[in-house]
Design a protein around this ligand. Structure first.
Ligand code: SAM
Length: 223
């Protein structure tokens, strides 16, 4: 089992040139935080989720944490980040691959667009939307992922401090999703929300069958 220290060691090594010196403890500007990553890991384990799509590989800090707890993860990134930091997409992709190999991660597949995902994949029960934050992108990501979703699925939206992300959430709530904001310490989050549509199973009271009533024993009165 890899520890956070292992992850930081590997991400620092590969992200330092990639971040041009902005690497802080292995994470980088733009990545999700440790608190957000571990919150999602606990959520995935608690709900028994198996197959994920992540939109926005970025530094791959989120990808690594998700890959440790999911059976399969498809991560989608069109390489816009590479252009921003002045590298070729291939360079960034090379860094991701090297990090995954160093951490013994073999359950991640890359795509440059959601359209590349095989249409036969329809069992996705976990999604993280953390791609472009333009006015259109967060909602488009939520819609484009629909053909792959299992009936029971959860969609995490990162960066809810960004109004375009909140607009997308509000649109999906209008379309029938339930939503909860994730409460984390202010310094530990850029704002995160989870959406789901299925009806949560209500915990049933334990059924007691063939219950035979026995006469109560008389309590002898003390003399
Ligand atoms: C905020 S970063 C993701 C951070 C990442 N989750 C992490 O923890 O490091 C956003 C990423 O979305 C990618 N991106 C931007 N527009 C995209 C698009 N239309 N499709 C897929 N990825 C996109 C960028 O290249 C960038 O890597």
């Amino acid at each position: 089992m890899k520890t956070e220290a292992d992850i930081l060691k590997v991400t620092s090594r590969y992200l330092e040139p990639y971040n041009k010196g902005y690497t802080i403890e292995g994470s980088c500007c733009g990545s999700i935080t440790y608190a957000e990553a571990t919150y999602m890991q606990d959520f995935i384990k608690k709900h028994g989720l198996k197959n994920g799509i992540e939109i926005g590989t970025g530094t791959s800090y989120s990808t690594i944490h998700l890959a440790f707890v999911l059976d399969n993860l498809i991560t989608v990134d069109n390489g816009a980040i590479a252009t921003t930091i002045g590298h070729e997409y291939g360079y960034v992709r090379g860094a991701w691959n090297a990090m995954f190999l160093d951490l013994d991660i073999h359950n991640v597949r890359f795509c440059m667009a959601l359209e590349e995902i095989d249409e036969k994949i329809k069992d996705i029960d976990f999604v993280l939307v953390d791609g472009a934050h333009t006015p259109e992108a967060p909602l488009k990501d939520c819609l484009d992922v629909v053909p792959h979703l299992a009936d029971r699925h959860y969609i995490f939206m990162h960066d809810t401090l960004n109004p375009h992300v909140m607009d997308a959430i509000n649109e999906r709530v209008k379309a029938g999703y339930k939503m909860e904001m994730i409460t984390l310490d202010e310094k530990d989050t850029y704002g995160m929300a989870v959406m789901w549509k299925h009806v949560e199973p209500v915990e049933k009271p334990i059924e007691v069958k063939n219950l035979k009533l026995r006469p109560m024993k008389r309590i002898r009165k003390e003399k």
